[in-house]
Design a protein around this ligand. Structure first.
Ligand SMILES: [Zn+2]
Length: 421
């Protein structure tokens, strides 16, 4: 890598990332900084040529039906071949298409690629039979991932390490236990790895675990959770903390009627159209435009949109600094997932909170993918939740150093009990 950095020609970094939204955000952010970047996107299971292609690289052979590769309109395939972009974002599928493989093996790329970065690397921990919860997460996000097959290209990422043996290779993730880091390094075929890890504790997020009533129907209803939230929204309006409620798709129908009933004409900021509502449901049945609108709203400093009920499809790659509360109507099945999802609160470092509601069926061992660590987290009524969370990721201390009453619901309980005694 050092040798490559001494060369005169600009180097190329390839960033593998699983979601379009992440690539789009990153590339537009880099463009605003006048840094040359592009992305090769993948959507659905249909093969396509490069959009700008009158070039021979593009082809429509069915045997290449691995993904649809598209370039942003401002860049041609010849530009890509000539290494005009210093940063190339791509799905694994796009990189493993025949045409892209040819480009990666070309002299230009062999000489100029100085680093391969695998972003959101926790999503690739389904390697050689090591099943992680992330396959469930990905399947649930069927907006991006259709069908039940886990994207097989994820398993082939190690090939990139072999194609560029002299480049630097970096895998980034916000959530991986020490064991999973080892799995990841092996799957990516890293011959020797240096692990840099930071304590995942988020001191500005208050952690709380609460119980909720038993399920009454096939898709449990969340009336008892949404009613108080709706009342709070009614009372606070624009002062309502921007909140994401994660729930099961089948229970979504109830947010809009409850909030509409409580807020009446106050539900809109401006004209009475859905785009101006203070609350929304986010799931795959909405149009792309509508979903984009919700995401754009949430990324604003002061969004009109204050409450969103969503599946986990909302969040991956989302940088929404205004969100200060994450509520799980039902726990995720692993602490890795939980850390990812609750970490979407308090991104600016402001005070935030993360609340999990659960009942016995939510944490039943018969629930698909349910981990013992998640069950223990929900059932823990004695020790610090924050400490329990970081211990799962191999750390034995928390970063938080404030008052125990503001640490987590267990520390608060212990503190309050102490006051009574
Ligand atoms: Zn605590």
């Amino acid at each position: 890598m050092q040798e490559k950095l001494q060369r005169q020609e600009p180097m190329i970094v390839v960033i593998v990332t699983p979601l379009n939204s992440i690539m789009e955000d990153q590339v537009s952010s880099l463009k605003s900084k006048v840094i040359s970047a592009c992305f090769l996107s993948y959507d659905g299971s249909v093969v396509s040529t490069f959009d700008d292609g009158d070039d021979e690289v593009g082809n429509t052979n069915e045997e290449d039906a691995e993904g649809k590769v598209r370039l942003p309109t401002s860049m041609s395939i010849s530009d890509l071949k000539n290494g005009c972009s210093n940063l190339i974002y791509a799905h694994p599928e796009a990189l493993q298409s025949k045409e892209m493989m040819k480009i990666l093996h070309s002299r230009t790329y062999q000489e100029r690629v100085c680093a391969i970065v695998v972003d959101e690397a926790h999503m690739y921990i389904v390697l050689d039979g090591v099943i992680s919860i992330y396959d469930f997460v990905l399947k649930r996000c069927h907006n991006y991932f259709r069908g039940d097959e886990f994207r097989p290209s994820f398993k082939r990422l190690g090939e990139l390490t072999c194609i560029f043996p002299k480049a630097g290779h970096i895998a980034l993730t916000a959530t991986a236990t020490p064991t999973k880091i080892k799995d990841l390094a092996a799957g990516l075929q890293y011959s020797s790895e240096c692990v840099i890890s930071l304590n995942p504790d988020r001191p500005n997020i208050y952690l709380e675990v609460l119980t909720r009533p038993p399920n009454v129907r096939k898709y449990e209803k969340y009336d008892s959770l949404i009613n108080p939230i709706s009342k709070e929204l009614c009372e606070k309006l624009v002062e309502f903390p921007v909140t994401i409620m994660y729930g099961e798709f089948g229970s979504f129908g109830i947010l809009l009627p409850i909030c509409s009933h409580d807020l009446k004409e106050e539900q809109y900021t401006g004209e009475a159209i859905p785009e101006n509502r203070m609350f929304a449901q986010y799931h795959t049945d909405y149009t792309q435009d509508m979903k984009r609108h919700f995401v754009n709203e949430l990324t604003k400093e002061t969004p009109k949109l204050r409450l969103v009920m969503a599946t986990v499809a909302l969040g991956m790659g989302l940088n929404a600094p205004s969100v200060t509360r994450i509520i799980h109507c039902r726990p995720p099945t692993t602490l890795e997932e939980y850390l990812q999802e609750m970490g979407r609160a308090g991104r600016k470092g402001q005070q935030a909170e993360a609340i999990i509601y659960y009942n016995n069926s939510d944490i039943s061992k018969s629930r698909k993918g349910m981990s013992q660590s998640m069950i223990s987290y929900c059932k823990n009524e004695q020790t610090c939740l924050r400490l329990q969370l970081v211990q799962h990721f191999g750390f034995n201390h928390v970063v938080y150093s404030g008052e125990s009453i503001k640490c987590c619901s267990n520390c608060k309980r212990v503190f309050s009990r102490g006051l009574l005694e």
